[in-house]
Design a protein around this ligand. Structure first.
Ligand code: FAD
Length: 302
């Protein structure tokens, strides 16, 4: 069996694997797709000490760094079941079962898509999901935020300080964000809020040039010219394969303590699949290190 088995090969998992392997303990990492979300990221400008890089390049560096150590890397393998017996068992979709004394879950998350024409086509060409990451790319331009929940309104307030104008598009007749956020939003001069509106299409040629929505009250179709669309309708953690023994939030995020421990002894978690406050590369790497050190502490005590 492994001492530490990491499930997930994004920034959190890579960091956890390196920290574990550096303790000289038997470490493995299973990943559906090594690199994780950064494989879909073009420019990265907030990974501190690296002024600018690209996602696939950072993913290659992560893999190279992991392979400096004696880590058993099992790429293109998906976990489908976790069960605690004598050891913690992870069953893969190919049917094999891996055993380990501790497990670090770092299966990440995915942004919920609006699923309209143009969204997939213009991803990284005007369609964005992370205002902390891509907001500055739209400085001086007009951007829309789809979604009027807390994350959408936080994004709109954040973007209003960077871009020329922000249009918020909310499907429901009312915004769902906390009233303190709504008050702040409505105090800003360069924000328009459109409620009861269904996004129909994100338009463009080589990059985004507008958005089309339907006013749900009148069924009239409207088009706005703009250069960026931030989709903010939720981040879904990849945790649906776990059984209920691991405590999660209403959103499905794994609840961890300050050592990265979950409610199952020996099972730790890190990164975007947890209830961490913000979802960023640098934060997921930090929590991966925490979970690995937490797992090591657990091993020397048990
Ligand atoms: P992920 O990166 O999601 O990795 C999860 C890993 O788990 C993957 O290897 C996946 O294949 C694997 N996995 C999932 N389910 C299973 C399973 N059942 N079995 C086995 N493996 C599984 N952050 C920044 O800091 N700066 C940026 O500029 C930035 N830009 C972004 C741009 C885009 C388009 C996106 C989508 C995100 C961006 N982010 C950015 C956020 C950042 O990518 C994430 O916070 C970070 O990747 C989270 O790391 P993670 O390791 O927790 O999860």
């Amino acid at each position: 069996p492994f001492d530490v088995l990491v499930v997930g090969g994004g920034p959190a998992g890579a960091s956890a694997a390196i920290y574990a392997a550096r303790k000289g303990i038997r470490t493995g990492i299973v990943a559906d797709r090594f690199g994780g979300q950064i494989m879909d990221t073009l420019g990265i400008e907030n990974f501190i000490s690296v002024k600018q890089t690209e996602g696939p390049k950072l993913a290659a560096s992560l893999e190279e760094h992991v392979k400096e150590y004696d880590v058993d890397v099992m790429n293109l393998q998906r976990a489908k079941r976790l069960e605690k017996k004598d050891f913690i068992e992870i069953e893969l979709e190919n049917g094999s079962v891996l055993k380990s004394k501790t497990v670090i879950l770092s299966t990440g998350a995915r942004w919920r898509n609006v699923g309209v024409p143009g969204e997939a086509e213009f991803k990284n060409k005007g369609v964005a999901y992370c205002p902390h990451c891509d907001g500055p790319l739209f400085a001086g331009k007009h951007a829309a935020v789809i979604g009027g929940g807390n994350s959408g309104i936080e994004a709109a307030i954040d973007l209003a300080g960077i871009v020329k104008h922000v249009t918020v598009i909310e499907f429901a007749p009312e915004l769902k964000a906390d009233s303190v956020l709504q008050d702040r939003l409505y105090s800003l001069p360069n924000v328009t809020v459109i409620k009861n509106a269904q996004t129909k299409e994100i338009t463009g040629t080589d990059k985004v040039n507008g958005i089309t929505y339907i006013d749900r009250a009148t069924e009239a179709e409207h088009h706005i010219e703009l250069q960026g669309v931030f989709v903010q309708i939720g981040l879904v953690p990849n945790t649906d394969w776990l059984d209920t023994a691991i405590e999660r939030t209403r959103m499905g995020e794994i609840i961890v303590d300050k050592h990265g421990a979950t409610t199952i002894p020996g099972v730790f978690a890190a990164g975007d699949c947890t209830d961490s406050a913000y979802k960023q590369i640098i934060i997921s790497m930090g929590s991966g290190a925490t979970a690995a050190l937490g797992a090591f502490d657990y091993l020397i005590r048990n």
